[in-house]
Design a protein around this ligand. Structure first.
Ligand code: 6AU
Length: 252
């Protein structure tokens, strides 16, 4: 009996946006659904981690505004590692303003996110028009539901967020903590093999659980990797556990 859950190959064939196709192709090639969130504060740490774990991941997720020594040279170096190791650059900016402001934040300022990011996150709190200002080349991942305790993203919010996401052609997926009733790709943060929560509201699940329960497509791991004493070993562990969870999922 054929599984009702689509393989990455089947999903790739359904995608129209190049960034969606690309991340699925990398997943298939590397046997990985792991996105590493490198939430560190210096460019040196980002570059070192990207080089060390680059072979195991489909994308590096960044919070560029926590970096102390951002420079254009850093972007050039990071891009070159991303090309060499074949992963995407994902800026987790979580835009959440009116379109006019978001456009300036996306294209301008120090970071010029539009120059280098393959993927970005955006809230949908300001409504559909606010999402229409992003360059059509960038893949948008909307925040439909958050991982933190007592988040305001309830069922109704999530439903509306998904409806909006489906209307914007360069939205490739959503961040959420439950199944998506949609063909959008699902990205799941709050993944950790050793903790169930932190002391600041974050909740964690294992890769196996987010595949089994939520049918996720990509796991996002932050502290589980970059805080580890051996990030390479840990990244391999998450890569393996995410891939096994995916294989189990499509065989059901
Ligand atoms: O594994 P952690 O908890 O160290 O890191 C999780 C990463 C952080 C958060 O900013 C981000 O994932 N995140 C997001 C994203 C990706 O948008 C949404 C959310 O609901 N929860 C969450 O933790 O960089």
């Amino acid at each position: 009996v054929k599984s009702s859950r689509l393989t990455y190959e089947e999903k790739a064939a359904l995608q129209s946006h190049p960034a969606a196709k690309k991340i699925l192709e990398i997943a298939i090639k590397k046997k990985s659904n792991l996105i590493a969130s490198l939430d560190v504060s210096t460019t040196q740490e980002v570059l070192q981690l990207a080089e060390t774990i680059g072979d195991t991941i489909v994308a590096v997720k960044l919070h560029t505004d926590i970096i102390k020594d951002f420079s254009e040279e850093y972007v050039i170096k990071l891009k070159s590692i991303a090309n060499k190791k074949n992963f995407l650059l994902f800026e987790d900016r979580k835009f959440g303003d009116i379109g006019n402001t978001q456009q300036m934040q996306f294209e301008g300022g120090l970071y010029k996110i539009s120059d280098w990011a393959d993927l970005i996150t955006s809230h949908v709190i300001a409504g559909e028009d606010s999402l229409k200002i992003f360059d059509s080349k960038v893949g948008i991942i909307t925040i439909a539901e958050m991982s933190s305790s007592a988040t305001l993203t309830d069922e109704n919010y999530k439903k509306r967020a998904i409806e909006i996401s489906e209307n914007i052609s360069n939205v490739i997926g959503c961040v959420a903590q439950s199944k998506l009733p949609s063909s959008l790709l699902l990205f799941t943060p709050g993944v950790n093999l050793n903790s169930i929560k932190d002391k600041k509201g974050q909740n964690f699940n294992t890769p196996e659980k987010v595949f089994d329960k939520n049918h996720t497509d990509f796991i996002i791991v932050g502290r589980g990797i970059y805080k580890s004493t051996d990030p390479k070993k840990e990244a391999l562990k998450y890569q393996k556990s995410g891939w096994e969870a995916y294989l189990k999922n499509i065989s059901i």
